[in-house]
Ligand binder design. Structure first.
Ligand code: PLP
Length: 523
């Protein structure tokens, strides 16, 4: 690589990216292209001769950007966020610059050592128990994703229990989580050879705000043991994907301890909020965890990918995942003086990801990071308030879905009959209800439109139509979930550029799409 060529081209690329951010709000947030669009625009074969960067960037502008969904747009409110920041971006650049593969300490000592230090910093910010930090028997490691984090934890737990009960007992092993746990739990079971029927997703409902009930879990575990099965793994979630439900860690941790289960905590999204003292309570009970995970690439200003996993007993992980081929042997590893993170993960190769996290922590500092989180939560509450405060809406019922849930009624403004939003496949809907389904704890607002009469299919269609209609404006992008059979709209505040005006505009889009359908399409 020629250093001067790099300087010249990298400057052009930085200019291109800076312009992208400058123009971000001019693009439809959700890409509006049809499947297969790109094959029609690009040649069938790679070029024989080099092309200019200018030509490639022109194609990015005209052909690639239309097919990009803009996760960094301030109008992005879907799924969970995937934060980018200047610090995260610079860290990624530096990592690309060094381009080391830090699988063993010796392959780049700074990569391993910085990772240990930064994970300990984060553990202290989250007030994780001492035994998850590196000076003890545990420690932290950066995985690519939360899915890999749960997989390696489950793998280690499986091997630990099989050592005790014998390898032939694999078909009897049972893993537990709630039915709200992320699908990565099922995938981890699949890969680790846990029988599909033994991946138990314990049913939750609105009576616990979709959190895992310790009583129900205890009962299930007793039944499994009575049936000759071997429960070995319990995964709990702080901030479930559908509705940010928080499982009761202290009670679950006790159940795990009583039954000798590996206790994993998945705080992939909500873990970030727990750096604020007022949200730390959601981690109470983490003292019992065998492993704990949070994704700094979601809501912590660290560019993808950067998923943090801490374990209480690193030897369990290492015994489960280590290999010692001749071609990787080196003195430092042989005499056990160092950590080799290749033995804490699935692949051999690993990027220098701690650089970007280190830069985020240093360039922003704890106080700014706390303000960042608090601001998003404040904006989400604002959105929740807007739903409730609109003059056409009336709070008609409390306590339906937990202590602070509200049901909101959009008053019919005339005798107008409102039909559903886009397809007209539903019959008459006389009035529309907005329901805030679960209290907004972090920065996710779950709500839905209700048809006046209690027909679940009708309500689900109505909400699917509203979602499609709102997303087709290109101004915002939201996603959905299903809770207790009901189609719910999810509105997550978390893009770094989102400000109050974007929240107000977003709510107006919901109002317009509802009113538009009412006034122009079906009256
Ligand atoms: N756990 C939770 C609670 C999540 O919300 C998600 C994704 O949103 C995951 C795990 C999976 O994350 P990843 O994409 O890092 O595997």
């Amino acid at each position: 690589m020629d250093a001067e060529q790099l300087r010249e081209n990298a400057h052009k690329m930085v200019d291109f990216i800076a312009d992208y951010y400058k123009n971000l709000e001019t693009f439809p947030v959700l890409s509006q292209v049809e499947p297969g669009y790109l094959g029609k625009l690009l040649p069938d074969y790679a070029p024989n001769h080099p092309e200019s960067l200018e030509n490639v960037l022109a194609d990015v502008q005209s052909k690639i950007i239309p097919g990009v969904t803009h996760w960094q747009s301030p109008g992005y409110f879907a799924y969970f966020p995937s934060n980018s920041s200047i610090a995260g971006f610079l860290g990624e650049m530096l990592s690309a610059g060094f381009n080391i593969i830090g699988f063993s300490w010796v392959t780049s000592p700074a990569a391993t050592e910085l990772e240990v230090i930064v994970l300990d910093w984060l553990a202290k910010m989250l007030q994780l128990p001492e035994h998850l930090l590196s000076p003890g028997q545990g420690g932290g490691v950066i995985q690519g994703t939360a899915s890999e984090a749960i997989l390696v934890a489950l793998h280690a737990a499986r091997d630990k229990v099989l050592k005790k009960v014998g390898k032939t007992s694999l078909p009897q092993l049972v893993a537990h989580a709630s039915d709200q746990a992320h699908a990565s739990m099922q995938k981890a079971c699949q890969i680790a050879g846990v029988h599909p029927e033994n991946c138990r997703l314990v049913k939750t409902d609105s009576s616990t705000n979709h959190a895992l009930s310790p009583d129900v879990l205890r009962e299930e575990i007793s039944k499994d043991i009575a049936a000759g099965l071997i429960p070995f793994f319990l995964s709990s979630t702080v901030g479930t994907t559908s509705s940010t439900a928080v499982d009761p860690l202290s009670s679950l941790g006790k159940i795990a301890k009583d039954n000798e289960l590996w206790f994993h905590i998945d705080a992939a999204y909500a873990g970030s909020a727990c750096i604020c003292p007022e949200y730390r309570q959601y981690l109470d009970g983490v003292e019992e965890a065998d492993s704990f995970n949070m994704n700094t690439h979601k809501w912590f200003l660290t560019n993808f990918d950067c998923s943090l996993l801490w374990v209480k007993d690193r030897s369990a992980l290492i015994q489960s995942l280590s290999t010692k081929p001749e071609y990787l042997k080196n003195k430092a590893s042989e005499v056990n003086m160092v950590l080799d993170f290749k033995d804490w993960q699935i692949p051999l190769g690993r990027r220098f990801r701690s650089l970007k996290l280190w830069m985020v922590l240093r360039l922003y500092g704890l106080e700014n990071l706390q303000c960042y989180i608090r601001n998003h939560i404040k904006l989400a509450k604002h959105f929740e308030d807007l739903v409730a405060a609109d003059s056409r809406f009336e709070v008609i019922q409390l306590l339906q879905f937990g202590h602070s849930s509200v049901m909101i009624l959009l008053l019919p403004d005339s005798a107008t009959i409102i039909r559903p939003l886009i397809y007209g496949s539903l019959n008459f809907v006389k009035e529309i209800l907005f329901l805030i389904v679960v209290p907004c704890v972090f920065a996710l607002v779950c709500f839905r439109l209700l048809p006046a009469h209690d027909d679940q299919d009708c309500g689900n269609k109505l909400n699917q139509d509203l979602l499609d209609s709102v997303n087709s404006t290109g101004k915002i992008f939201i996603s959905h979930t299903v809770l207790s059979g009901k189609h719910i709209l999810r509105f997550v505040v978390g893009a770094p550029l989102t400000e109050e005006n974007h929240i107000i505009s977003a709510w107006k889009i919901f109002q317009d799409q509802t009113t538009f359908a009412k006034e122009t399409k079906y009256t």
